[in-house]
Design a protein around this ligand. Structure first.
Ligand code: ASP
Ligand code: CP
Length: 304
């Protein structure tokens, strides 16, 4: 049987999704055994900038006892014309069992997985998917509300270019949340409406019924400058500020995958808001990534 990968959340059944969230919660209360990934070699291959994902994967890998190599793409032999398939074959021949990869091209981890005799974890590919981010977001919702099912989650901003939004929609729908996407037509075309997902243009109209508002950064690096929206218009219609915070229900929380752009999708008032959960999201990332590593190597396990 080919090795399991985590390329997007549709690689997981509903019960596996729930298992990963439970496992991450267990690791939060009881640190994992340091030998869960003993003698397992992991290569972190990031072709695109990352602070949170890169560092939290490295911390998670250390905490479960893996052997870790970070291969900066500029230092790899890809620059000498080696193909990604041949890189994958080469790493497998050295006994590498897991590759964690981020790449600007949508679909890159899928191509890598075709040639790699081991597990590939997608740490973000183009505008396509970011499964461990969506998992840590769902863990944050669970920690706050005790469930994901039935919550109204509102994703705001550049949905079109956001891999975070795409993976979250998959995961949130699988766990029974009600999802509303909010943004201007240039960043949220009508065609993105899926079964069970509502599209809304008026942020002010949705805020009072949101349990969680997930703000997204405009992915400038993926947008031709000619179609970039005016930042003034964007801020007027979609920025979360002091006035809009007052429209939120008392239990509502505000999330952001990071990095955030102050003054664009949020003002600094958000940092003082009682429901601002950015730091919790970042810290949940380590537990989720430990759970994913453990799941791929050890399967569904009862050992801590
Ligand atoms: N860090 C997230 C990602 O890599 C979100 C963002 O960059 O806006 O997709
Ligand atoms: N949230 C996230 O993926 O952050 P980085 O791009 O810094 O990894």
């Amino acid at each position: 049987m080919p090795a399991r990968n985590l390329l997007d959340l549709d690689d997981l059944s509903g019960s596996e999704l729930t298992y990963l969230l439970d496992r991450a919660r267990t690791f939060h209360t009881t640190p994992p055994r340091r030998d869960l990934l003993r003698d397992v070699c992991v290569v972190n291959l990031f072709f695109e900038a990352s602070t949170r994902t890169f560092v939290s994967f490295a911390i998670a890998e250390q905490r479960v006892g893996a052997d870790i190599v970070a291969l900066p793409p500029g230092s790899s032999s890809l620059g000498k014309g080696e193909t990604i398939a041949d890189t994958a074959i080469t790493l497998a021949a050295m006994g590498v069992q897991i590759i964690v990869t981020r790449h600007p091209e949508s679909g890159f981890p899928y191509r890598l997985a075709e040639s790699f005799d081991g597990h590939v974890i997608n740490a973000g590919d183009g505008r396509h998917a970011h499964p461990t981010q969506a998992l840590l977001d769902m863990l944050t919702l669970q920690a706050e509300f005790g469930r994901v099912e039935g919550l109204h989650v509102v994703l705001v901003g550049d949905i079109l270019h956001s891999r975070v939004a795409r993976s979250n929609v998959l995961g949130l729908r699988a766990l029974g949340a009600q999802v509303t996407l909010v943004g201007p037509p240039t960043l949220l075309p009508e065609a993105m409406a899926l079964e069970g997902v509502r599209i809304e243009r008026d942020l002010d109209a949705v805020l009072p019924t949101a349990d969680a508002v997930m703000l997204l950064r405009i992915q400038q690096e993926r947008i031709a400058s000619a179609v970039l929206p005016s930042l003034d218009d964007y801020a007027r219609n979609y920025r979360l500020d002091a006035r809009r915070l007052t429209a939120l229900a008392p239990q509502a929380i505000v999330m952001h995958p990071g990095p955030y752009n102050r003054g664009v999708e949020l003002t600094e008032d958000v940092f003082a808001f009682r429901g601002w959960r950015y730091a919790q999201q970042v810290s949940h990332g380590v537990y989720i990534r430990m759970a994913v590593l453990d799941f791929l190597i050890n399967g569904v396990s009862v050992r801590a």
